[in-house]
Design a protein. Sequence first.
Length: 347
Amino acid sequence: MAEYDLTDEGAQWKPRTLKDAYLDREPTVYIVDKFFASHSLNVIYGAPGVMKSMLMADMCACIASKNHDWLPGSGEYSDGIPVKNGSPVFWLDMDNGTRRTDERFSAMGKQRKMPDDSPLYYLSMPYPSFDASDQESFAYLMEMIEVVEARLVVIDNLALSTGSVEENSAQMAQIMGGYRILAERTGAALVLIHHQRKGGAGGGRAGDALRGHSSIEASLDLALHVVREPNTNEVTVRSTKTRGVDVPMVTARFNYEHVMGTNDLSLAWFDGVPVIRGDSPIRDAIIDTLTMQDGITKGLLADMVHERLKSEVGINKIRNMIMDMIDATGELVLKTGKHNAKIIYIA
């Protein structure tokens, strides 16, 4: 075997050195501020019916629009979460079908008065179907992304894109590795819509709610968990894994209008809902409950606060407030107790 020549410019593999690392680089570009960066691999997941696809469609419309930020009024972003307006987006639908995808993007676009030449591209239920385990299929998708110069790519959904590979198998590492290469070579922020496990995290760490093989979570730059408040149009989105800057928890409310005389969407959009912090009835009830019985599980604490507030506040809002008081404000701490139970205490 011939000796490998590191000076050969035509070498198939050529290692980089500190000389490359020390070169000046442009700052990281965020397509959605603090959420989705260029060259990144991400998942947004939740139970069926939590409107995760609708939420992502709303984000895509904002990015492709000329002057609309995402989720105005949410959390620390009173004017909306900044996005790279006018950037091309590409959506691969393998779940909802052409009619429903047309309807959703029409309603999102008309709400923002977007012209029909806005850089929003989507492909619904392609045939042959996209298969991330097939090199030819993968190359075709990469070419399409490059042709439209997409900065954000959404695939709905992960489970339907893996071909014959079962999502709980170790082969998912190869699927996710292919998606990483796709993000790296196109420079896009790649977002995979996925499902959570039945029963959520089951009292364990938050990321355990993500369905499938552990290699899925391990490959990600960002995982966002979507939870819907029962009997409402409100959803809360929080990070269960991030490799970059801290991602703020946000709550959004879905709004819509129907075409007169039908159940079809005419207009559709999400507004942000301020994150409740500081002096609030929920926070006070959490502190009071732990003052009387410090050191209880998250589930029991949420149930006790829910009962204390006479069910005037949704259980998911209480759970989200508990996590916010752990992750954001530091008022509570989470420790591991007997049998690996997750116990919450006042800090």
